[in-house]
Design a protein around this ligand. Structure first.
Ligand code: ATP
Length: 936
């Protein structure tokens, strides 16, 4: 049978070898352990991603006969002529200089370790227009005769190559900056390099890295670069950034650099301009959608990056595009509006980002089998509720407060006694009430429209606004000290009157709650006055709890409105956008949780991209070069280990009556000092070495925030309110799911306490990750080009640090030699079997797959055959998909013709019969006309 598969093939392909081995294995007696199939020969393998200059490279003269390189200058002119297009570069000579420190090739290999790409190695991947073969045959003019260029595998990495003296390089100057230049001459130890500004410097050989030829500059996929050292990758991203090309592929992931530049389009150019601006992000959304439609798996798109890197904005672009792919129905509109509502209630201005998400979210969009959206479900991760009561200088509380104060219509302002934001203590404490170029009043109107779209009635909207106003007035409640022991009572003023009115509770009950404390002693209840600190704490806890409950209520209402039609739901795409990694001078419990979540997500990313992928290659027995990566397991152990991980120790200390933030840090130091990611610091601080850098944590109420206790009397007050919402909040706070028995933690009379915040957060995070495990992930790595949130500013150190910590550089390496598209033999045969006209159902899936691959001349370099799966380099299945689509279209056309023909025949037959019936009827009438009267 095999010979019929490929009669044209003269030499045996790796597939044939594979098939024969499998056949031999199947033919063996059953009691013998089957031999593993022989791996396909390494024709299909890619070169190692490590390619740079050899240890002992010499700079030759252009007259040197061996391995003469065509100069980059020559390449630039010829290829640019070929392309016939001029790239408008914003980079001046200064921009060509990379003012950052880097470790060389992927941060690890100095020039002494790197090698030149051997000439006869296979191309890393078949690129669209310019193949690698072309790149290198141009570069090495006399490659076929060059004795000095040897295969990496045979030379043990010690490639001996002579280079043209005008070779373009990056050289690191004594101040640590990398600058581009051309080699003028070189000795064994030093090279004379002419920099792009015309100056000539002498650089030690170890400080030189090869640069990519100019025509590769600004390539939209990093894996197509000849050299993947840090200065080259960074330069490519920088070039694209200044060309307004903010998206760049890095193999399987998409790198998105925040332009900090909101472009406003004219209505009718909106669609086309957007298409032009976001081609790659649309492409990732589309390919995710297509994979969902053709595969059997749910998909997910995971956005990562530091705070302000552009995750939420990119997620919105993705959602918008998916919504447009999923048909223009009501659900699509609701989904987009839901996003807007959550932004108003869950985002705030921080140091890092004017619109920072203070909660994590997973949006699961469900599609029916024809690809239409048929519902969605939004799940959130812990909202940073401390922001309601405490703000750092220059930051803002949640957008909704400012929007309400400036945008609410006058009748609502009157009803809720709403004033300007500067009148409310919770808002004015940070000295920042507005955001440049943001119109809060206008945003309020947009929000109301969005609330209408998700079917939250005007009455419910007003109830929600009343709760927000109550929170603002709670913040204005003040206390006066009444004795020498700092005990207080509430000042009966407008603030407490307004708050109680808006909540619908008795003003005296509220005043009592905020100034007294009941202690149960046996059968007796003793009432104690609160100190000023305790009273303020009680007030803030109440305000924060109302806000968090309101947020949950809103989410529930949104989810009700997006309710999935279970009858139609088929597959889903989940979009994960959590708060980005944060690091300030001193960091509190919020950053502790946020950074822990990022650490987990980072591990998920690395597990998928590196670990699982490589394990899969090994399991499937394909030929493959291992790529090492930095694992963050150590840091996760620090957080999660039992019994002495950060989270458990924090919980344990929270239960102790005498614990303080200082005792907590001492305890941490005692148990965790052996972990290399932990460092105990002075004065009640500790630092954690995260994947994205070291962060200093401590003090600022770690224990209090972890306990997040709500006094039972406060819950009672809420349940006694006359309005529906506070009553609902109280009953939710008392739900068994929120509680676990813990008498030690009890502050109130109820004797139980909410699950600690840290543990609840961990549970939520694990649930989210479990959900992701059931999907095929796609990753978008967002990068912040500067900390000033300004357009056209590319801070190289900052970008490089993010590239390193996010693992982008390693991803490029793995993608270059990896196989992103994978299908089982059965899946492949099922999907593309129709392309074989001689397809027999009895044919084995692998033989059928081989026949198809052969029929379409899929180059053996671009795929490998595993024991159960076929592995393809990126973009290789496109040819088959195209052929399949054309075939299906052809089939539909044939069906159309035949169906049309049959319908026409049927119609003619019917018409004939009708005519015949009509004729008979007319004959009958004539008969009656002529003969019946005479008969009568
Ligand atoms: N593609 C883009 N086009 C225009 N502006 C953008 C883009 N991406 C981000 N921005 C700008 O950068 C700001 C920060 O982006 P975004 O809020 O998405 O960051 P983030 O990574 O979600 O941050 P956080 O983790 O703090 O929520 C946005 O408010 C927007 O002004």
């Amino acid at each position: 049978m095999l010979s019929t598969v490929s009669p044209m093939t003269v030499t045996r392909s790796s597939l044939e070898e594979m098939l024969e081995t499998i056949k031999r294995r199947d033919e063996q007696p059953k009691d013998i352990v089957p031999a593993l199939p022989v791996r396909p020969i390494s024709k299909a393998r890619l070169p190692s991603a490590r390619r740079s200059l050899p240890v002992d490279f010499k700079i030759g003269d252009s007259a040197t006969p061996t391995a003469t390189l065509v100069t980059p200058k020559y390449l630039i002119t010829t290829l640019k002529e070929k392309e016939g297009k001029k790239r408008d570069r914003h980079l001046n000579k200064e921009n060509n200089d990379l003012g950052f420190q880097c470790d060389g090739d992927f941060g690890s290999n100095k020039i002494t370790k790197v090698k030149v790409f051997p000439l006869h190695e296979s191309p890393p991947c078949a690129t669209n227009e310019e193949s690698w073969q072309n790149d290198y045959s141009d570069l090495y003019a006399t490659h076929s005769t060059s004795p000095s260029v040897t295969d990496e595998s045979t030379s043990g990495g010690n490639v001996n190559c002579v280079l043209n003296k005008e070779f373009q390089v990056w050289c690191q100057l004594s101040n640590g900056q990398w600058k581009s230049g051309k080699i003028e001459s070189a000795s064994i130890e030093d090279s004379l390099v002419m920099l792009s500004d015309g100056s000539v410097v002498t650089v030690p050989r170890g400080n030189i890295l090869p640069a990519n030829p100019d025509y590769l500059e600004g390539n939209d996929d990093l894996i197509r670069l000849s050299f993947l050292n840090e200065p080259s990758v960074l330069h490519n991203l920088q070039t694209r950034y200044y060309d307004d090309q903010i998206y760049t592929k890095a193999g399987r992931i998409l790198v998105a650099i925040n332009p900090f530049n909101d472009v406003h389009f004219h209505e009718n150019e909106f669609r086309t301009r957007k298409k032009l601006m976001y081609p790659l992000v649309h492409a990732i959304a589309e390919s995710t959608f297509n994979e969902m439609m053709r595969g059997e798996e749910n998909q997910s798109i995971i956005l990562s990056g530091q705070s302000g890197a552009g995750k939420t904005k990119t997620a919105s672009i993705v959602i918008e595009y998916l919504a447009s792919l999923g048909g223009h129905n009501d659900m699509q509109h609701k989904l987009l509006q839901a996003n807007l509502i959550l932004e108003a209630f869950g985002n705030a201005k921080t140091f890092m980002n004017h619109n920072s998400s203070r909660f994590g979210k997973l949006i699961e969009i469900h599609f029916n089998s024809t690809g239409e959206i048929c519902g969605a479900q939004i799940e959130t991760l812990l909202l940073e509720k401390s922001r309601v009561a405490h703000l750092s200088k220059g930051e803002r509380s949640y957008h909704i407060f400012y929007q309400l104060c400036s945008g609410a219509p006058s009748h609502l302002k009157e009803k809720f006694n709403l004033k300007s934001s500067r009148e409310f203590d919770y808002l004015k404490q940070s000295g920042c009430l507005t955001i440049d170029a943001v119109d809060d009043a206008q945003k309020f109107h947009t929000l109301v429209e969005a609330l209408d779209v998700v079917q939250i009635s005007r009455e419910d909207q007003e109830n929600a606004f009343a709760m927000l106003s109550a929170i603002l007035w709670l913040g204005n409640i003040s206390f006066q000290i009444i004795d020498s022991e700092n005990h207080v009572e509430v000042i009966a003023d407008e603030a407490v009157a307004s708050a109680s009115k808006l909540l619908g509770c008795d003003v005296h009950d509220l005043m009592l709650l905020l100034s007294t404390h009941h202690i149960q002693a046996g059968n007796n209840s003793v009432t104690q006055k609160l100190s000023s600190e305790q009273a303020i704490g009680m007030r803030n806890t109440l305000a924060k709890s109302i806000y968090a409950s309101l947020f949950d209520w809103l989410l529930e209402r949104i989810n009700m409105s997006l309710k999935i039609d279970q009858q139609k739901a088929w597959r889903s795409i989940s979009i994960v956008d959590i708060y980005g990694f944060e690091s300030f001078q001193r960091n509190s419990f919020e950053q502790f949780c946020i950074n822990y979540a990022n650490e987990r997500l980072q591990q998920y990313f690395k597990r998928h991209i590196f670990k699982l992928e490589q394990e899969e290659y090994n399991r499937e027995g394909i030929d493959w070069t291992r790529v090492d990566f930095n694992d963050n397991q150590e840091c996760l152990n620090l957080f999660e280990q039992k019994p002495y991980g950060l989270l458990l120790l924090l919980d344990e200390e929270s239960k102790s009556v005498h614990a303080t933030d200082l005792t907590l840090v001492n305890k941490l130091k005692h148990h965790l000092s052996s972990n290399p990611c932990f460092k105990g610091e002075k004065d009640g601080f500790f630092s954690v070495l995260h994947y994205a850098g070291e962060v200093l944590y401590g003090k600022s109420g770690f224990l209090e925030k972890n306990i997040d206790s709500m006094h039972s009397a406060a819950i009672q007050l809420l349940s006694s309110c006359t309005y529906e919402l506070p009553q609902l909040f109280a009953s939710n706070l008392l739900k068994p799911s929120q509680m676990h028995m813990s008498p030690l933690l009890s502050l109130g009379a109820t004797g139980f306490q909410k699950q600690s915040v840290g543990m609840k957060f961990k549970d939520q995070l694990f649930k989210l990750l479990q959900q992701l495990e059931t999907t095929k992930p796609h990753f978008i790595c967002c990068i912040k080009p500067n900390n000033k949130q300004l357009p056209n500013m590319f801070e190289k150190d900052l970008v490089l640090q993010q590239l390193r910590s996010s693992g982008v550089l390693e991803v490029v390496k793995i993608s270059r030699s990896g196989y992103p598209t994978q299908m089982t033999h059965q899946q492949f045969a099922r999907r593309y079997g129709l392309l074989r006209l001689d397809h027999e159902t009895s044919q084995k899936p692998l033989s059928l797959s081989v026949a198809i691959l052969d029929q379409f001349n899929i180059h053996p370099d671009t795929y490998q055959v595993g024991y159960t799966k076929l592995f393809f380099r990126s973009g290789q299945v496109a040819t088959l998909e195209d052929a399949r689509n054309r075939m299906l279209q052809g089939i539909v056309k044939v069906q159309k013709c035949i169906r049309g023909h049959l319908a026409r025949c049927h119609f003619l037959e019917l018409a004939k019969r009708i005519t015949s019936v009509q004729c008979k009827r007319d004959d009958l009438i004539l008969y009656y006309i002529h003969f019946l009267p005479s008969a009568v």
